[in-house]
Design a protein around this ligand. Structure first.
Ligand SMILES: [Zn+2]
Length: 223
């Protein structure tokens, strides 16, 4: 039977009692690849949530877009940070420095990139780790702002170039500064999962961002 719905399959409550939700296309008896889209890792980079929900709407309108894949969506990973309009979560932890990687480093809690008290200490981080361990995605796309660049970790250069063909953002392998404990290191480098960090430009209307990235995000569904 073909997939015809997207449903919430997992959720967790944050420190402030907000819910982080994981949505999935209905489970098939068998499927080819599993893709994971993640919005709002950083609470003050909020455009990703809008784009992930737009993508969900697009799939709901036409399930043929996903071929025989399973698609997972976390529209809003950091609802507490979003509510406060801050980079980190309620504890002030930069989730993109909190993943349990070999290069994880403890940093001061006044740091903009505060890594948290220990690797994987945060609810939001563990939510993502659990999903990766359980659902084993073959491709992960996280949405950030503000650099207007496609960054990638792991074997994802071709995918980054494909996205660039659609949205004309430049491809960049290194972001230009060290990122110990980053999600890209955790998933892409240490687990060899193709991992895309799509950095959207800032101060651009969300509907325009969607138009710029619609084709690329839809194309990836068929991966
Ligand atoms: Zn970010």
């Amino acid at each position: 039977m073909p997939v015809k719905n997207i449903i919430k399959i997992k959720s967790v409550k944050t420190v402030k009692g907000n819910e982080i939700q994981l949505f999935s296309t209905e489970s098939l008896q068998s499927f080819d690849k599993t893709l994971l889209y993640i919005g709002v890792v950083h609470g003050d980079e909020q455009a990703g949530e809008f784009l992930v929900y737009k993508l969900i709407d697009e799939v709901k309108k036409n399930f043929e877009l996903i071929n025989n894949n399973r698609i997972l969506f976390i529209p809003l990973l950091n609802p507490d940070g979003k509510a406060l309009d801050i980079r980190g979560n309620f504890n002030g932890v930069d989730l993109n420095r909190n993943f349990p990687t070999k290069n994880w480093e403890k940093s001061e809690n006044i740091d903009k990139y505060y890594s948290g008290p220990s690797p994987g200490s945060e609810i939001e981080t563990r939510f993502v780790i659990d999903i990766i361990e359980y659902y084993k995605p073959d491709l992960i796309i996280t949405l950030h702002t503000p650099y207007r660049v496609i960054n990638y970790d792991g074997p994802a250069q071709d995918i980054a170039k494909l996205i660039s063909d659609f949205n004309n953002y430049p491809v960049q392998e290194e972001i230009g500064y060290p990122t110990p404990g980053s999600f890209g290191t955790y998933a892409g480098i240490e687990r060899n999962i193709p991992t895309i960090t799509l950095e959207l430009p800032e101060d651009v209307d969300q509907n325009i961002l969607w138009e710029e990235n619609r084709k690329a995000l839809i194309e990836l569904l068929k991966y």
